[in-house]
Design a binder for this molecule. Structure first.
Ligand code: G4P
Length: 523
């Protein structure tokens, strides 16, 4: 049995940030294969498409082919225990996707080499940037014709504002893809070859052996670009990678598993183990004996017969043991983490032990809220509050049946408190407006209002809006207009919902005294 120190040091917990179709499922699957966590290629993919959905949890998720067990995947590789947290995207994009990024220690960003940096990647990147966590970039689909590698690096810097250091560099691409020039391991890794997969480089950076590549124009071009990178590119810096200021970039092809192991080895070398986390009692050391963690996601069971939910807990210190007694810091209430604890990695039903960096699922009958801290420590400290994420989609909501007002209000307030959706009230009419980052949140809200609170709701789509909070607590309510709707959030803070960028700019020019901010731009 390893000591808690060794256990924690072996943990690497990350999420993949990418736009749909960049190759997240394919890469995850290849990583799990390396770790021996799955035997067959196609397992993760099958889950995605719903072929083998194993779980009864959450009807909506099931329809979309995601199972709860795939929310966290764990594998052992080379002495490390790796936790991959899923970040649902596209139709399943929600605040939970952002919150998952609060629970990881690093992120892997997959970029489709033909598409470059896409929308959803930008959004998720911003959240990682806010936390200052290291970001490792995998440029995928090199077996296809894509953008020029130098252009992709420029995009990273221009669109995301992050400096990059290519750990390797492609030789050709698409049908001419020869392999990668591996600056980090000083070798060339060939794409289509059974033998000689790796060719050594000499001290000058050229091939150390006689090889036909020496006469290849594609290789020559690679050497020129490598020279350019060495002269004009960023310097490698472990410290800047750890601080999230420099992203190491890897090229490869997830589908053919090319460059994936090279990526994984380097990732494990530079990705951080669980770090101390800020709390109301100062930093909490992951090696501390007191157990602690925070809830970053609550998944409701959409089956009306089963009201229970799963709360996802990121462990931040100590060791989890089944049946242990903890306290919920918000209320001081003692809770026993009994047999009702489910481990969410792979398909093992229960976990007996887990340490900082690991994620466990707790059956919840309504005790937990998102952001809650539980701990065995006598000081009922709380981890830093999770940030507010800027909603982009809005609906006006009312109860279909006016006689159901009481249930309607109770339902909304509980779901808002739980973190399922954001609530705003218009200042003038006190109408209820719900804000979300993804459509799924409205669907879940509607479903749960019907099944848990017995209320049919009417949601009138207001579409996309740009939400900006007001710094001051005093706002001239006459500034409200149809293009800049003045609302208050659940903490009674003023915010404007702007119709579009133009309306926001126009407002800011007309009202320079009203200081606006986007909570996601602050850190
Ligand atoms: P996602 O989870 O990020 O949404 O992406 P996913 O892995 O499902 O990949 C999206 C598509 O891109 C899939 O094709 C997948 O096979 C393909 N793909 C992933 N990595 C690579 C790669 O390195 N090279 C090439 N050429 N393609 C890649 P699909 O046609 O949508 O699905 P399928 O029919 O292949 O399963």
């Amino acid at each position: 049995m390893k000591s808690i120190q060794n256990e924690v040091q072996s943990r690497r917990t990350f999420a993949i940030i990418s736009h749909p179709d960049a190759g997240k499922t394919t890469l995850t699957e290849k990583l799990l294969l390396f770790g021996g966590a799955i035997r067959d290629a196609g397992t993760v993919k099958a889950r995605k498409t719903g072929k083998y959905a194993t779980s009864d949890w959450m009807e909506i998720e099931k329809q979309r082919g995601i199972s709860v067990t795939s929310s966290v995947m764990q594998f052992d590789y080379d002495g490390f225990r790796v936790n991959i947290l899923d970040t649902p995207g596209h139709q399943d994009f929600s605040e939970d996707t952002y919150r998952t990024l609060m629970a990881v220690d690093s992120a892997v960003m997959i970029v489709d080499s033909a598409k470059g940096i896409e929308d959803q990647t930008i959004k998720l990147f911003k959240v990682c940037k806010m936390r200052g966590i290291p970001i490792f970039t995998f440029i995928n689909k090199m077996d296809r014709q894509g953008k020029a590698p130098l252009e992709l690096l420029a995009e990273l810097e221009e669109v995301l504002g992050i400096e990059s250091y290519p750990m390797n560099w492609p030789i050709g691409m698409g049908k001419d893809f020869v392999g990668i020039y591996d600056r980090f391991n000083n070798r060339i890794e060939q794409f289509k070859t059974e033998d000689d997969r790796f060719l050594p480089l000499n001290e000058e950076g050229g091939l150390a052996i006689d090889h036909e590549l020496n006469t290849s124009p594609l290789y020559e071009q690679t050497l020129e670009e490598i020279m350019l990178l060495s002269e004009a590119g960023n310097e490698f810096s472990k410290e800047r990678i750890a601080a999230g200021q420099l992203t190491p970039v890897f090229f490869g092809s997830a589908l053919t598993a090319f460059g994936v192991q090279t990526f994984l080895d380097a990732y494990l070398k530079f990705a951080p183990q669980p770090q101390p986390r800020k709390s109301t009692e100062g930093e909490i050391d992951p090696f501390s004996n007191d157990f602690s963690g925070f809830i970053f996601k609550i998944q409701a069971n959409m089956n009306p017969k089963h009201r229970d939910r799963i709360a996802f807990l990121r462990i931040c210190s100590g060791k989890f043991e089944r049946g242990m007694n903890v306290n919920l810091s918000r209320t001081g209430k003692p809770i026993n983490l009994s047999s009702s604890t489910q481990f969410l990695a792979d398909d093992r039903a229960t976990v007996n032990e887990a340490v900082s960096g690991d994620i466990i699922g707790l059956y919840d009958t309504g005790n937990y809220q998102i952001g809650d801290t539980i701990t065995t420590s006598k000081d009922l400290f709380q981890f830093e509050r999770l940030p507010q994420f800027t909603p982009e989609l809005f609906v006006r909501v009312t109860a279909k049946n006016v006689m159901k007002q009481k249930h309607f209000h109770k339902g909304i307030h509980q779901l808002v408190q739980e973190g399922a959706i954001q609530l705003f009230k218009t200042v003038r009419m006190e109408e209820y407006i719900l804000g979300a980052v993804g459509q799924l949140q409205f669907e879940v809200f509607e479903h749960r209002m019907r099944n848990e609170y017995n209320v049919e709701v009417v949601m009138e789509r207001l579409g996309n809006k740009i939400a900006r909070w007001v710094e001051s607590d005093n706002v001239d309510e006459n500034l409200h207009s149809s293009r800049s709707v003045l609302v208050k959030d659940r903490y009674e803070k003023y915010a404007f919902l702007f119709e579009n960028e133009f309306a926001l700019r126009w407002f800011s020019e007309k009202n320079p005294d009203v200081k606006l901010y986007n909570p996601m731009d602050l850190r």
